[in-house]
Design a protein around this ligand. Structure first.
Ligand SMILES: Nc1ncnc2c1ncn2[C@@H]1O[C@H](COP(=O)(O)OP(=O)(O)OP(=O)(O)O)[C@@H](O)[C@H]1O
Length: 743
């Protein structure tokens, strides 16, 4: 019978020329461990492989020879052999099921040919993928070693699941066992290297069995990867309290097997994760912060990291995700992982996936909140708000309940939307991503670079909309303007070099201490405006929520009266819900140039504008405006798959394409809404005539007067309170784990 998770192959043929199998006997620690020799003076020596270890091919000829070692499954030829990669080590092994097959006669009878390749361990007709292996345990001086793995089992009636399997193998000799273990270590697997079981603690120091101190880290004995240091932030409320169980029962054992040195902190209130991420000593989490929970806790950690005093540190800390919340769209969409075991394995295996971040800035207050998944307005954010009421009673079902209730008393939502498209129609009428003229240096991820030399006027209004739109709500209007009067703040542009470059032509304007809106440039008829100051004028202290002198805003009606109304609303603007306390660091030094990131990137002259020519976008930035009724607006940073269903909100969006996909569900009424949600289940929602999907670089949104103006960012609820602008910050976060290959 087939063992779960271990694949049997009907005929397994390996063509390894005998010549290549000759011993490459070299001196090393492994022989010392194997023989208990004590001549070795330094313990920090990588064990040289003996026997059938195959040397990595360096020259083309060697490579060609190495190819001959590929394992041919079922005689299928080269294509299939690539599945397992090239051979690393081979020999005889016995899978010891009962834990007492050590006897030589048993071994001789039952041992089978075994091979370790770059991707799998193969013995007899069994294949264990190395991707499923967490670590090995080896007791020094013994002939056996144990491989700890989490292969996917065979689900008879249920979905196949991963479960732990420990394979105890016996090698013919101690020396060969060491060779096997060292070969696994070469494949970046953690080796849990323990003393000989017979050595009592007292004798450990003087034991002749070892030439190394007993507490020598395994990475010094075997050349395996060193144990990572991580901070685990666990939201005990996530997934209706399921997260603690998920962590204790599933994730922690895997992390322990993998030798991860972790500090576990359970959050005690909303906002705790954010505080931790913004203040934690980096030495505690140099290899990452692991979030155990839903998308909400990840969002908190992201915001904490991006607002650390030292930006460089903040951006350098990768985020690992263990899905244990009511939904985990980010890790499912970006890394293709949706169960905690696979997530833990992916964290153990390492690798980093750069992911775009978007910044939503409240233009009136300058407050910025970051997200990685989606920001939404209209029906969905209303559901989010209503669902809070039912948190205790319905748990994860509360969204369904709130959705139904909101649907039954569906209000009308009206918005002003202005966006900078990332797509351009070419002469054949096909849309394609707008590309800036960039040189190679532009391809670097320029993380959190900020220049104090820039001082552009901050975003101020939707003036271009007003000029063209009729005040009649419900009518859909479209226009383009070549001059957007609102831009993301210097802070946001400071994070994203591309935004700065897009704005580089306005440097001269920025140099002025006070900026009067360039009315002449706008397509908007001029109406009285007050002056809005640039960030530098206001002694911009980074992410403060200090209320600025209220800038005048244009509103739905293009009249001064409306302007006045907006002023009053601005004055009393309480800002986003969470922004009630002094949570932001207001240290000016946080944004000083001395802290600018020194990661590989464009040279300084980009910052000084000397290379403006090559950085100027090829196309003139054309802001497009929409105004009217919208059932919903969703600005997605990735495809936004949901774990619970097969929904894919923005199928064409990628987490690292430097753009956001904005979905506008035009109009109002239940019929439209229900059609949208029904087609969303089958992925055909974009075909609806009232659904518009645009790739955008930046988008400004303002709720109409009668509209309940809440907004959701990655599942966190905020009050809209005026105009917000969302801006792309390409690849400003790194997730732990490798994204599946895209085709
Ligand atoms: N100890 C805590 N007590 C109460 N709320 C907390 C605590 N820790 C975190 N939170 C908040 O819980 C919210 C939801 O967290 P998360 O997304 O991780 O779980 P979830 O189960 O997916 O939640 P939801 O069902 O609300 O989406 C976050 O907004 C976070 O701020």
């Amino acid at each position: 019978m087939q063992k779960s998770g271990v694949h049997r192959t009907p005929s397994l043929k390996v063509s390894v020329p005998q010549g290549q199998q000759q011993s490459l006997r070299r001196l090393g620690l492994c022989s010392q461990i194997a023989t208990g020799g004590s001549q070795q003076s330094s313990p920090v020596v990588f064990p040289e492989k003996r026997g059938k270890k195959i040397k990595a091919a360096s020259s083309p000829e060697e490579k060609a020879k190495a190819d001959e070692h590929r394992i041919d499954i079922g005689g299928g030829g080269d294509e299939k052999s690539d599945l397992l990669g090239s051979l690393v080590y081979s020999g005889k092994l016995l899978l010891d099921k009962r834990g007492k097959d050590d006897a030589a006669d048993v071994f001789n009878k039952k041992a089978v040919d075994a091979r370790l390749t770059r991707r799998a361990l193969v013995w007899a007709s069994n294949v264990l993928q190395l991707d499923d292996v967490v670590s090995l345990t080896y007791n020094v001086g013994l002939k056996h070693f144990t491989v700890h793995a989490y292969p996917v089992g065979k689900g008879c009636f249920t979905k196949p699941k991963r479960s732990r399997k420990d394979f105890r193998f016996i090698a013919p000799t101690v020396e060969e066992a060491v060779q096997w273990v060292a070969s696994f270590a070469d494949q970046q697997l953690f080796i849990n290297c323990l003393p000989h079981p017979l050595v009592s603690k007292k004798k450990q120091g003087s034991s002749e069995l070892f030439s190394v101190p007993i507490d020598t880290p395994p990475e010094l004995v075997f050349r395996c990867k060193s144990a990572p240091k991580m901070l685990v932030i666990l939201n005990p409320r996530s997934g209706h309290g399921r997260s603690i169980r998920v962590f204790n029962d599933v994730v922690e054992p895997i992390f322990k097997l993998a030798g991860i040195k972790m500090e576990v902190v359970k959050t005690n209130k909303a906002g705790h994760a954010r505080e931790l991420a913004s203040t934690v000593d980096i030495s505690l989490c140099s290899d990452g912060i692991i979030c155990v929970g839903g998308d909400g806790i990840i969002n908190e950690v992201l915001n904490g990291l991006l607002t650390r005093n030292n930006q460089k540190e903040g951006v350098s800390i990768p985020i690992g995700i263990v899905p244990a919340g009511s939904d985990n769209s980010l890790v499912w969409t970006v890394l293709g992982v949706r169960d905690p075991i696979s997530a833990a394995l992916s964290i153990v295996k390492g690798g980093l996936t750069a992911t775009d971040v978007f910044a939503v800035e409240w233009i009136h207050t300058g407050v910025v909140h970051f997200g990685m998944t989606v920001s939404y307005y209209g029906f969905v954010s209303d559901v989010l708000e209503l669902s809070e009421k039912y948190q205790k009673r319905f748990g994860p079902m509360r969204y369904l309940v709130a959705g139904f209730l909101k649907f039954m008393c569906l209000p009308k939502y009206s918005y002003e939307v202005e966006y900078l498209p990332a797509q351009k129609e070419d002469p054949e009428g096909k849309t394609r991503l707008e590309r800036e003229v960039v040189d190679v240096q532009d391809l670097y991820t320029d993380v959190m670079r900020r220049s104090s030399r820039e001082g552009l006027p901050r975003a101020s209004s939707l003036s271009s909309i007003d000029s063209i739109m009729s005040p009649s709500a419900g009518e859909l209007d479209t226009c383009s303007s070549t001059h957007a009067s609102a831009e993301p703040s210097e802070y946001v542009r400071g994070i994203d070099p591309k935004m700065k470059r897009m704005s580089s032509g306005r440097r001269d304007v920025a140099a002025e201490p006070e900026v009067i809106h360039p009315q002449g440039q706008s397509t908007t008829p001029s109406w009285p405006r007050t002056r809005s100051k640039s960030r530098s004028d206001k002694g911009w202290m980074g992410l403060t929520s200090v209320q600025d002198p209220p800038p005048t805003r244009s509103s739905w009606g293009n009249t001064g009266a409306h302007d006045r109304e907006d002023i009053s609303s601005t004055v009393s603007d309480p800002g986003p819900i969470w922004d009630t306390g002094p949570k932001w660091d207001s240290e000016p030094s946080a944004w000083d140039v001395e802290n600018s990131i020194e990661l590989p990137g464009p040279p300084e002259d980009i910052e000084t504008g000397l290379r403006n020519q090559s950085m100027t976008p090829r196309f003139e930035n054309k802001w497009v405006a929409r105004k009217g009724h919208f059932l919903g607006i969703m600005v997605c940073n990735h495809a936004c798959r949901t774990v619970q269903s097969s929904q894919v909100v923005a199928p064409n969006s990628e987490h690292d394409d430097g753009t956001m996909d904005m979905l506008l569900v035009h109009g109002c009424g239940r019929l439209r809404l229900i059609r949208f949600f029904i087609l969303l289940q089958t992925g055909r929602h974009l075909s609806l005539p009232y659904v518009e999907c645009v790739k955008v670089k930046s988008v400004k949104i303002k709720a109409g007067k009668q509209t309940h103006d809440s907004c959701g960012i990655d599942g966190e609820l905020f009050a809209l309170n005026g105009e917000v602008i969302s801006t792309m910050l390409p690849e400003q976060c790194r997730l732990i784990g490798n994204a599946p290959e895209r085709h």
